[in-house]
Design a protein around this ligand. Structure first.
Ligand SMILES: Nc1ncnc2c1ncn2[C@@H]1O[C@H](COP(=O)(O)OP(=O)(O)O)[C@@H](O)[C@H]1O
Ligand SMILES: C[C@@](O)(CCOP(=O)(O)O)CC(=O)O
Length: 928
């Protein structure tokens, strides 16, 4: 999308006296400088600096000595302010300029020209502050105010009185609806009918660069210089300009009497800001055009004069030189608008506009920030200020980043979704039911019945805070490049089945109707699961479903109950789809790397998808503006609301497997990256915070291969806490300080890499000792610590629940590859299982269900086909133990239709080393 505004094409070049180049020859007329040159050139021949300073000095003084000088008292005059006012007059085509303490102060000075009995005609889409002051003047001064639709010049005619009409207040474009007012025609009409009326224009939205109303017959122009003129939201100022000497005299008298002229310091800063007005505005309005066209292309109602069908565009083109950098759009739904505004990151939620940073706000934000607080709801409605209106004030950031951020917010809020037929994002219909219908139509191709869903989620390492996190302490954890995969394959024979290849190849199937439906209270879509598990359902599953399976091991029992619990509680009475759920992981199971959470996340996602309680918009397909979407290539294509829903249900699954989980593991499995996680309800502020700076760290994970049970270890620590509250309380506090310190160190840009690694090593050492005191270490873990410490000098701590499982070793940047290989070999000789892993990668992934995103034929084979996927950093030293391949247990019966499912066979057949690459090669993965 090319910017459509070329500032050089601006047709009008105002003629200014100062400064102008000398004529090139007596025959060639003087050529006026262009606007940006005028802006940057602060030059007043009548006020040459005694030292030739290039920047106007700040005369920070209240008084001036002597009796004959030009200045005596800063309220009445100050050299810094004089320079500024001269400069503003020059760029505004004005004979006179005044600067006061704010935009409202400027209007106040102007309104003081009125006297009792006067009549004012004003627009009906005015800034709330203007409205408030007008109301005050009306009630306290005895002035009559007529609000009319100034977009139609004729609507003023009935109110123009030859003698009584004293002032006409206009603004174009209006804020925030960007309505265009023909200030030239209105000025002419008013002058013809009421020659003494003063026509005033608020020019803040345009600035003198884009519009100089004095050139169109207006008498007074005012600007809130807090906006574009200064440009950085670092000062408040107002500007008043005019041509007529008699008006200027009155204004000067009022400003001096009131005493609100701009201070020397603010005058200096405003003068500095003005020098860059043109360049800022060029960039801001070019980006605005791009943003406006993007939103318009999505089908939103967009208010921006740069759009071809904007009402009054012809008039605007006549009176202005550009379209400005404020636009607004409507979503059709107030709550949706609130979500969009709340989901942006780069666009700041703030009042005002004209700053180099982009801002966003909306109906409710107007109330919150009192932007339009002085217009009550009824008046707002009457004046057509829609509650769902979102105003965008575009700054100088890279427009691609602005679009990226806006697009992500629109996706997250559910305002746009991918349309596979058009191969692009489109606006989602306002009606949610309709939206869901469209999604299911898109996903199912209009057919009833199921499709295959392939999902995956990462394991995690906890660097600091395991166990303590269960009791409300902050843990610091990150996703690892080892994942669990889950495949839901439809069945048409009224059965549901599971196949857990990593758990002794366990598989089983049930007639759906034979499940204990009498023991379940399904939770309707949109409702949350209660904090406590439904023990009636857990009991029924254990006693009536699992008891008939012979020799089922604990791991498979837990996984089966987890699956069936979610399957049943998420069902709706009429809709109990049959399918097989198969899981496999490149993660070692039960080793402290969060296999249970990644399994829980896959199970929850599969059940939610199959029950149609979540759906996925595919990522944008390649377009000519590819660079704009670069951050969405497969990533962040799953809306946060969907991720939140999965996370809630993955936590329920973790409760079934773990008893009392903290929620850190499933949060990492769903959101990926690295987080500081604090559980709610323990006095500290709960929640998650993304942690940067983790991804570049290198870790060696070593599986001790000693099996252990997280549920028992977590319960053991709780028991110790109950028996020895002081000891455990002290340890919890100490671990909290460790996590806090680690967080600080990771976020500290000043800290050198060496110091960071040293700090993290020391904190890991300390955290491990506390875990030893809590009784969750194991001799095998201590052996790994010794082997890595001597002679290699590396720091190792247990990670996860301990009691065996895994240890994590921080590998410094300068640690030699050969030495690392020696260490790895030594650990393998000791019968440990090392993995070199990168951290901080993607969270939940769903293979795009859209045919366009699948690679044909990829499912049939296994191994390295298609492009490498997200697991690119994966560097497994030795594959984790491959579960013994065996035949499916006798109970397992393939799909009754006899069809070979497209993905299931290759999924089961690919080796663990091939699995990441094979799955990545199937097509496009969508990530949280
Ligand atoms: N790939 C998988 N397939 C089925 N169940 C799994 C899988 N991975 C983990 N689980 C479930 O999670 C349990 C392991 O949980 P846990 O002891 O907490 O280990 P971890 O530390 O790896 O999370 C297993 O016994 C099983 O019930
Ligand atoms: C011990 C704990 O902090 C982490 C458990 O991790 P894992 O099950 O060992 O992967 C428990 C929890 O946070 O739920």
């Amino acid at each position: 999308m090319a910017p459509t505004i070329d500032p050089r094409a601006a047709p009008k070049l105002p003629v200014h006296d100062l400064p102008t180049p000398e004529p090139e020859s007596p025959f060639r007329p003087r050529k006026p400088y262009r606007f940006s040159t005028l802006c940057a050139t602060v030059d007043n021949p009548d006020m040459k600096d005694q030292y030739g300073s290039s920047s106007v000095p700040i005369y920070q003084t209240a008084t001036f000595k002597g009796v004959s000088g030009e200045y005596d008292y800063t309220r009445s005059g100050n050299p810094t302010r004089s320079h500024l006012q001269h400069h503003i007059a020059k760029i505004s085509s004005a004979n006179h300029a005044f600067t006061v303490s704010s935009g409202m102060a400027a209007l106040d000075i102007i309104l003081r020209l009125l006297k009792p009995g006067d009549e004012v005609i004003a627009g009906d889409d005015l800034y709330g502050g203007t409205n408030r002051l007008l109301t005050y003047v009306r009630t306290h001064v005895g002035v009559t105010v007529h609000h009319v639709d100034t977009t139609n010049p004729e609507s003023l005619h009935p109110y123009i009185h030859p003698t009584k009409t004293a002032m006409v207040l206009l603004e174009s474009p209006t804020n925030p609806l960007l309505k265009i007012v023909d200030i030239a025609t209105i000025s002419r009409d008013v002058k013809e009918r009421a020659p003494n009326a003063i026509i005033v224009v608020d020019n803040t939205m345009m600035s003198p660069y884009l519009q100089r109303p004095l050139e169109h017959g207006v008498d007074i122009v005012y600007d809130s210089a807090t906006k574009y003129l200064s440009g950085h939201h670092d000062l408040m100022a107002g500007v008043v300009t005019c041509n007529a000497d008699y008006i200027a005299k009155k204004l000067a008298f009022i400003i001096n009497s009131v005493g609100n002229a701009l201070t020397p310091m603010d005058s200096f800063f405003l003068l500095r800001g003005i020098k860059t007005l043109a360049v800022r505005m060029d960039r801001q309005q070019n980006s605005s055009q791009i943003v406006a066209e993007y939103l318009y292309g999505l089908g939103f109602k967009v208010n921006y004069p740069g759009l071809p069908d904007h009402p009054g565009r012809e008039i605007h083109l006549r009176i202005a030189d550009g379209n400005g950098a404020v636009l607004s759009f409507e979503t059709g739904n107030k709550e949706l608008s609130e979500k969009i505004v709340g989901s942006t990151r780069l666009w700041g939620i703030s009042v005002s506009f004209g700053c180099v940073n982009s801002l966003i706000n909306q109906g409710r934000a107007y109330h919150l920030f009192q932007r339009h607080a002085s217009i009550d709801a009824a008046t707002r409605a009457a004046r057509g200020l829609p509650e769902d209106l979102i105003r965008l004030c575009v700054g100088i950031e890279d427009p691609h980043d602005l679009l990226d951020d806006l697009e992500r917010a629109l996706i997250e809020a559910g305002a746009i979704a991918f349309d596979m037929y058009q191969n692009k994002y489109v606006r989602v219909p306002e009606n949610h039911l309709l939206r869901t219908a469209v999604e299911s139509l898109q996903l199912d191709g209009g057919q009833e019945g199921q499709r295959e869903w392939f999902v995956s989620a990462p394991g995690k390492i906890i660097l600091f805070g395991e166990h303590a996190v269960v009791h409300g302490v902050t843990a610091i954890a990150a996703a690892v490049d080892l994942r669990c995969f889950g495949l839901a394959t439809p069945r048409n024979d009224g059965k549901v089945s599971v196949h857990f290849q990593d758990l002794g190849n366990f598989s089983y199937e049930w007639d759906i109707e034979s499940l204990p439906w009498d023991a379940v209270t399904p939770i309707p879509p949109g409702e949350a699961h209660p904090d406590e598990l439904d023990q009636r359902l857990v009991g029924a599953l254990n006693e009536r479903v699992l008891s008939s399976i012979e020799n089922i091991q604990n791991g498979a029992r837990g996984a089966t109950i987890t699956f069936l619990y979610l399957y049943m509680i998420l069902s709706r009475s009429q809709y109990k789809p049959g399918f097989n759920f198969t899981s496999r992981a490149t993660l070692p199971v039960g080793a402290g790397l969060g296999s249970s959470a990644s399994f829980s996340t896959c199970t929850a996602t599969a059940c939610l998808l199959v029950h149609r309680r979540i759906s996925v918009p595919p990522p944008p397909a390649p377009t000519s503006t590819e660079h704009i979407h670069v951050s969405h290539q497969g990533r962040r294509a799953i809306p946060v609301s969907t991720a939140d829903e999965v996370n809630r249900w993955a936590f329920v699954a973790e409760k079934i497997l773990h008893g009392n989980p903290s929620g850190v593991d499933n949060s990492v499995a769903v959101y990926g990256g690295a987080l500081a996680y604090t559980r709610e309800g323990f006095g500290r502020k709960g929640g998650m915070e993304a942690i940067q700076g983790f991804k570049s760290l290198k870790f060696l994970l070593t599986n001790s291969k000693v099996p252990r049970d997280t549920k028992k270890l977590v319960a053991g620590v709780s028991e110790k806490k109950a028996n020895e509250p002081e000891l455990v309380g002290g340890i919890l506090d100490a671990i909290q300080s460790i996590s806090d310190e680690a967080k600080r160190a990771l976020a500290d840009p000043e800290l050198s890499r060496d110091s960071l690694l040293t700090a993290l090593s020391a904190l890991m050492e300390e955290n491990h000792k506390h875990l030893v005191t809590l009784g969750v270490s194991h001799p095998s873990l201590e052996t790994i610590r010794e082997k890595t410490a001597s002679p290699h000098g590396l720091t190792t701590k247990l990670t996860g629940a301990g009691g065996g499982g895994c240890a994590v070793t921080l590998v410094p940047d300068d640690f030699k590859d050969e030495q690392l290989q020696d260490l790895i070999n030594e650990l393998i000789r000791e019968n440990f299982q090392p993995y070199l892993t990168s951290v901080g990668g993607s969270g939940l992934g769903i293979l795009s269900p859209y045919a366009e995103h699948r690679i044909r034929g990829a499912a049939r084979g296994s191994g390295s086909q298609g492009q490498a996927g997200d697991g690119g950093d994966f560097a497994q030293v030795t594959p984790p133990e491959t579960p013994t391949p065996g035949d499916a247990s006798p109970q397992f019966v393939a799909d009754a239709s006899g069809d070979l499912e497209p993905l299931r066979t290759p999924f089961l057949n690919s080796s663990l080393t091939e699995l990441p690459e094979w799955s990545a090669g199937l097509g496009r993965w969508l990530y949280v």
